[in-house]
Design a protein around this ligand. Structure first.
Ligand SMILES: Cc1cc2nc3c(=O)[nH]c(=O)nc-3n(C[C@H](O)[C@H](O)[C@H](O)COP(=O)(O)OP(=O)(O)OC[C@H]3O[C@@H](n4cnc5c(N)ncnc54)[C@H](O)[C@@H]3O)c2cc1C
Length: 391
């Protein structure tokens, strides 16, 4: 069994890898067990708000990320059907000034590759791919992990960063499945040259419509445009990362303005996900075991914070461990206590935004009027408590 200054993490996603890097900086050896045989991310982008970029920069990743991220100049919120701009916010250098770190968008595969390369360079981190944790049971001095294929392993300290269907969460006593939230996300990337001229460039777009909304932003130095359409659906889609039917998306946006319809028509290779969340789990855990990221608090993507919260979790976990390196159970309880309220607040905002984004009729008119009155500055000020957060 690994010694006391050793942590085992299940899952090498954004959360697990960031946690490995943060814990290594706190003087711990880390083993990351990843189910997939090769690290893989969805072919889509992710917004990294300043609360997350600050932590990645603190890990020394600004330089490898520099050529891969885009700092959008601004964000336009528009009415899907009329195409009218409801509010325009300034990001770019203004975001970095306001929140003390840049607002980035990046291809998920690029982010994961940078995290994985940093982990590979760190002698304190070992990554074992093709190793799925199937079950977890308390054992003397730690936990017994049952691995797919029949093996087992006893570990002293365990962090479940194994995503929304976390096996570690099950092992810690919560076997309830995620709750489907009547939304399907369709994702694709489009070469920027194929994007309607009105939507090209370095701004992020958020379009709000009845029972649907659309987000787009540039990736890879502006060569690609990331497109996400989220629509209401009564039943979940079978499978994970199922192919999305372009005719279905076109149909759902058929009454929208020309530019978003053209953008959606230009996209190929749609993939879709049923959106679900789970109640925030922050213990109390048992002994030196805890959860982070989607395993602890899978949330709807309506504040673009699931990944950012996983990155924050990683930094807080490592700072609690650094403060009590010889009492990991105590450090993990301190981490759970520190994260619970903030994450639950973000998670409930995500649910609320999900309802507001998809309003129709008079309620949509009232929403649009409120957004116009707030303006870009007002909208951004509402996010201060999320983006200005420091660990
Ligand atoms: C449409 C959409 C848009 C989004 N946009 C944003 C955004 O703009 N900004 C943002 O911050 N967030 C966003 N999110 C949320 C974000 O993608 C997730 O919150 C984030 O990826 C969670 O990271 P994670 O490391 O916790 O989990 P995951 O990314 O799910 O990683 C879990 C890892 O664990 C591995 N694993 C699973 N089970 C096991 C096991 N039993 N044993 C070992 N390994 C295992 C998996 O293979 C995977 O590598 C979005 C989500 C969606 C659906």
């Amino acid at each position: 069994m690994a010694g006391p200054r050793h942590v085992t993490i299940a899952g090498a996603g954004i959360g697990g890898l960031t946690a490995a890097l943060c814990l290594a900086r706190s003087g711990f050896k880390v083993t990351v067990l990843e189910r997939a045989t090769a690290l893989e991310e969805v072919g889509a982008g992710i917004q990294l708000s300043p609360n997350a970029s600050r932590i990645l920069i603190g890990l020394g990743l600004a330089e490898p990320l520099a050529a891969l991220v885009v700092a959008p100049a601004g964000m336009d919120v528009r009415a899907g059907t009329s195409g009218a701009v409801l509010a325009a916010a300034t990001l770019g250098p203004e975001a970095a000034r306001r929140w003390g770190a840049p607002w980035w968008v990046v291809h998920r595969a690029d982010l994961l590759a940078v995290l994985a390369a940093a982990a590979a360079r760190d002698p304190a981190v070992t990554l074992e791919t093709g190793t799925a944790v199937e079950a977890v049971a308390p054992a003397e001095g730690g936990f017994d992990l049952q691995l797919a294929g029949g093996g087992s392993r006893r570990v002293a300290a365990l962090v479940g960063a194994d995503g929304i269907r976390s096996a570690v969460r099950r092992g810690l006593g919560d076997a309830a499945p995620p709750t489907f939230r009547q939304r399907t996300a369709y994702r694709a990337t489009v070469p920027m040259a194929a994007v309607p001229a009105a939507l090209q460039g370095d701004r992020l777009g958020l379009w709000l419509g009845p029972d649907a909304h659309l987000v787009h932003y540039p990736l890879r130095g502006g060569a690609l445009c990331n497109v996400v359409a989220i629509v209401r659906d009564e039943a979940p889609i079978e499978g994970w990362r199922a192919p999305g039917d372009p005719a279905v998306i076109a149909g759902r946006l058929s009454r929208w303005a020309a530019a978003p319809r053209q953008l959606v028509a230009a996209a190929e290779g749609w993939q879709c996900w049923s959106l679900a969340d789970r109640p925030t789990w922050f213990g109390p855990g048992e002994g030196a075991a805890t959860l982070l990221g989607d395993a602890a608090h899978a949330m709807l993507p309506f504040v673009a914070q699931g990944g950012a919260m996983a990155i924050e979790d990683a930094a807080v976990l490592a700072s609690c461990v650094a403060a009590a390196p010889d009492d990991l159970a105590g450090a993990f309880r301190a981490y759970e206590g520190e994260r619970a309220a903030r994450v639950a607040r973000v998670q409930s905002l995500a649910r609320r935004n999900g309802a507001i984004y998809h309003l129709k009729g008079p309620a949509a008119f009232a929403r649009d009027t409120a957004i116009r009155l707030l303006g870009g500055r007002g909208l951004m000020a509402q996010q201060d408590w999320i983006y200005a957060h420091r660990i």
